[in-house]
Write a protein that binds this ligand. Structure first.
Ligand SMILES: *[C@@H]1O[C@H](CO)[C@@H](O)[C@H](O)[C@H]1NC(C)=O
Length: 343
C-alpha cells in the first residue's frame, strides 16, 4: 500500500511539472524550422488562458509567419531562434530593415537587447555619379538617389562626399550583431537580419535547476517504487501459492498440516478390517450407518475402523477419505502411527 502511495505521489509530482495546465510546451508556427518553447510562448485563440513570460509571446499569422512585437520598435517577423546562444533573428516584413533601423528605438521594458550598438552615418548620393561597386542600401535607393551607410564617422569631413556628390542625411545608433572588422567601408550588412539577445532570466535558471532536480529525483523514485511494488507482488503471490486457503474473512488461519496430508495405502491397510456377519455387529460406537455415505450397513460388507477412536466406516468409504485427509471424519482424531505394523 505504501508503495502505491509513493507511486501516486511521484506521478502527481511528475505530471505537475510536465503538464502545467494544458498549454503546449513546444509549438511550431507554419513551416518555420524553429521551435517556439520556453521562454517563448505562442499565443493562439486556443490557448488564451496560457500565460507566457512578458515580452516573449509570439503570434503566428495566417501566412505561417511568427511575429514578435518589440515594445517601441514595432512588429518583426522571426527568422530563427537559437536557444543555446539565446539569440533571436528578426526581419522586416516589408524588406527594408535599414530604414526601420534608422528609427529603431527599443523601449527599456523590452527583454531583448542588441548585441552591440554602433553609430552610423547615412548618406544620399546621386545615383548617376556613384561608383556602382559601392554597397548601396537597395530598398532606400532609386534611379536618381542612392542611400549608403557607414560606421566610418570621419567620412563626414572627407572629400569622398563631394567627389561622389553625396550629403549626410542622418546619424543613428543602430543595433548590430557584427564587429567593426566584419564590415566594409559602406555597410551592406544592415540589409541582414536584426539579431537580438535575451538575458538568462532568474526564473529560467531556477526552472532549469528545478527540472534537473525533479527529473533526477522523480525518475529514480518512480523506478524504485515500481521495482518494489513488483517485488512485493511477487513475494505475496509466492506466499499465496505456498499456503492456499489460509485466509478466511481476511483473518489469517494457522494451517493444520493434518488437513492437507492424506495417508498412504500401507498405513490405511494397517487399520483393522472387519467383514460384517448377519448380525451386522461392528466394533466401536456406531448407529448402524456409515457416517460417510450415510447408508446402513448390510451383512457381508467390509468395514474398517480407525484404531485410536474406534470409529468405523465402509472400507471403500474410509479408504478414499483417508487418502485425501488423514483424520477420522467423525472426531478428526489423527490416527497414530504406533498402530502401524512394519513387520
Ligand atoms: C527617389 O527617392 C527620392 C527620396 O527617397 C524621391 O524624392 C524621388 O522622387 C525618387 N525618384 C524616383 C524616380 O522614384
Amino acid at each position: 500500500m505504501d508503495n502505491l502511495l509513493v507511486l501516486f505521489v511521484s506521478f502527481l509530482l511528475f505530471s505537475s511539472i510536465y503538464a502545467k495546465n494544458d498549454c503546449p510546451e513546444v509549438s511550431i508556427c507554419g513551416d518555420n524550422p524553429f521551435q517556439i518553447r520556453f521562454p517563448f510562448g505562442l499565443e493562439s485563440p486556443q490557448n488564451q488562458h496560457c500565460t507566457y513570460n512578458p515580452g516573449f509571446n509570439l503570434k503566428c499569422n495566417n501566412q505561417g509567419k511568427a511575429i514578435l512585437n518589440l515594445p517601441g520598435a514595432g512588429y518583426f517577423h522571426v527568422r530563427d531562434i537559437n536557444y543555446l546562444t539565446q539569440r533571436i533573428q528578426l526581419y522586416d516584413p516589408y524588406n527594408c530593415l535599414p530604414e526601420r533601423l534608422t528609427k529603431f528605438e527599443l523601449h527599456s521594458s523590452s527583454v531583448f537587447k542588441p548585441v552591440y550598438y554602433r553609430d552610423y552615418i547615412f548618406l544620399t548620393c546621386s545615383t548617376d555619379t556613384l561608383n556602382p561597386y559601392l554597397n548601396v542600401i537597395g530598398c532606400m535607393s532609386n534611379s536618381t538617389i542612392s542611400t549608403l551607410a557607414t560606421s566610418y564617422l570621419g567620412i563626414a569631413s572627407s572629400t569622398i562626399l563631394s567627389s561622389y556628390n553625396c550629403k549626410v542625411t542622418s546619424t543613428a545608433s543602430l543595433p548590430v550583431s557584427w564587429t567593426r572588422n566584419e564590415e566594409g567601408a559602406f555597410s551592406s550588412r544592415l540589409n541582414n537580419d536584426l539579431v537580438l539577445t535575451w538575458p538568462e532570466t532568474d526564473s529560467s535558471k531556477a526552472k532549469k535547476i528545478f527540472r534537473l532536480v525533479a527529473l533526477s529525483l522523480v525518475i529514480p523514485a518512480l523506478m524504485c517504487s515500481l521495482v518494489l511494488t513488483c517485488y512485493i507482488c511477487y513475494k505475496q503471490s509466492q506466499e499465496a501459492a505456498a499456503l492456499p486457503n489460509t485466509s478466511v474473512g481476511g483473518a489469517a488461519v494457522v494451517p493444520r498440516p493434518e488437513m492437507i496430508i492424506g495417508l498412504d495405502d500401507s498405513m490405511i491397510e494397517s487399520y483393522a478390517k472387519v467383514v460384517l456377519g448377519e448380525s451386522r455387529r461392528i466394533p466401536g460406537p456406531n448407529h448402524g450407518i456409515c457416517p460417510i455415505c450415510l447408508a446402513e450397513y448390510h451383512p457381508k460388507e467390509t468395514v474398517r475402523c480407525i484404531p485410536d477412536c474406534e470409529h468405523c466406516f465402509h472400507a471403500e468409504c474410509i479408504d478414499e477419505w483417508l487418502k485425501i485427509k488423514g483424520t477420522c471424519p467423525v472426531c478428526r482424531s489423527n490416527p497414530s502411527p504406533i498402530h502401524l505394523n512394519f513387520s
